[in-house]
Design a protein around this ligand. Structure first.
Ligand code: ADP
Ligand code: TRP
Length: 329
């Protein structure tokens, strides 16, 4: 069975972008592949979180993964820092990653621009650690959003370079997973752009009904269409994009018809959107706190996931070390 692997950095709560862009797909495929899903806690250290937050953030993402439907019976769920093989491979790959090519990565340039006082080596080698995450399992498929494609390209480059340098075929070149419809971009409700933590426009799986309703009712709109079948401006398109993710087709069609004959009332549209987002997220939210507070269950899930992950990782690491020239005495 082909291996699928993906991860999310542990910073804050999961929002609808993470859910519809990544997590929901993970959940859908976990019956059909050998799945590894992890929490990238080491990657989150580039921004130096407070130690108490560092731990709580990992626990939050883990509880939200499980509440959303990742099944520990089917998938190996683990925390990056519990698999030391990743860091061992990271060292080997670092020797083959050149400063110039890492400096040209779009995400690195962006971080340097935004935080010129914190350009640490971990930030520069972020894509090498991500390559180690993937290559240590020889994962063939890596479902990620568009923003991660350049990192995946670096993972392929390092796999190829390692194989060529040592005359081996230890590593498989990983590919993004195509779900047929292309990568989803979940918009924000502030008029333009994507939903994201750094954008400050997230609707979170952890939000309660009142918070969700408040956020949706504040969505940017205009004074409404004045001609039948007129083109939708971007803020209205974004509301409809979210509606398409959470509502049934009849509801979407009902509001499209209302837009097209100019009788739409945006207040009604937003009320419907808020109600349908709640229908998707509140059952997930209802499970989060119980799971978060069940430390025994969380340790059990991680024990099992870590064991599976380390078994898979150590086999690849041994082959890589052998290729490099590690020998017994
Ligand atoms: P954030 O933008 O909140 O910092 P991350 O960078 O941690 O999110 O991304 C985690 C995963 O969620 C990635 O696979 C990313 O592609 C996906 N993702 C994040 N925001 C969106 C969005 N608005 N639409 C679709 N996918 C998204
Ligand atoms: N860089 C990814 C993000 O910010 C998280 C990540 C780390 C990841 N290692 C990975 C994703 C390996 C997929 C595979 O979202």
């Amino acid at each position: 069975m082909d291996k699928v692997l993906s991860g999310i950095r542990s910073t804050g709560h999961l929002h609808l972008g993470n859910y519809f862009g990544a997590l929901k797909n993970f959940i859908r495929i976990q019956d059909s592949y050998d799945c590894y899903f992890f929490i990238a806690d080491l990657h989150s250290l580039t921004t130096h979180p407070h130690p108490d937050d560092f731990h709580a953030n990992v626990k939050t993402i883990l509880a939200e993964y499980l509440a959303a439907g990742l099944d520990p019976e089917k998938s190996a769920i683990f925390v990056q820092s519990s698999v030391p093989e990743i860091c061992e491979l990271y060292v080997l790959l670092n020797m083959l990653a050149y400063k110039g090519e890492l400096e040209r990565t779009a995400s690195f340039k962006d971080k340097v621009r935004k935080n010129p006082d914190n350009v640490n080596a971990g930030l520069l080698t972020y894509p090498v650690l991500m390559a180690a995450d993937i290559l240590v399992h020889n994962a063939k498929w890596v479902p990620v959003g568009k923003d991660q494609e350049q990192h995946l390209e670096i993972a392929r480059l390092l796999a190829r370079r390692f194989n060529n340098s040592y005359g081996t075929e230890v590593f498989v070149e990983p590919q993004n997973m195509d779900f047929g419809k292309g990568a989803i971009k979940v918009p924000g409700l502030d008029g333009s752009g994507k939903m994201g933590k750094s954008e400050g426009n997230g609707i979170y799986l952890y939000d309660d009904e009142k918070t969700i309703t408040k956020k949706v009712m504040k969505a940017v709109t205009d004074s409404g269409p004045t001609r039948p079948f007129s083109e939708m401006p971007e803020p209205i398109k974004n509301i409809f994009s979210l509606l398409e993710l959470v509502s049934d087709t009849d509801t979407v069609q009902y509001f499209k018809d209302k837009y097209n004959d100019c009788s739409i009332r945006y207040g009604d549209l937003k009320k419907q959107l808020a109600a349908d987002i709640c229908k998707t997220t509140l059952p997930i939210k209802a499970r989060i706190d119980d799971i978060y507070n069940d430390s025994q269950y969380l340790s059990k899930v991680l024990r099992r996931g870590t064991e599976r992950a380390r078994e898979s990782a150590s086999a690849t690491l041994k082959a890589a070390q052998k290729a490099v020239g590690f020998r017994d005495f």
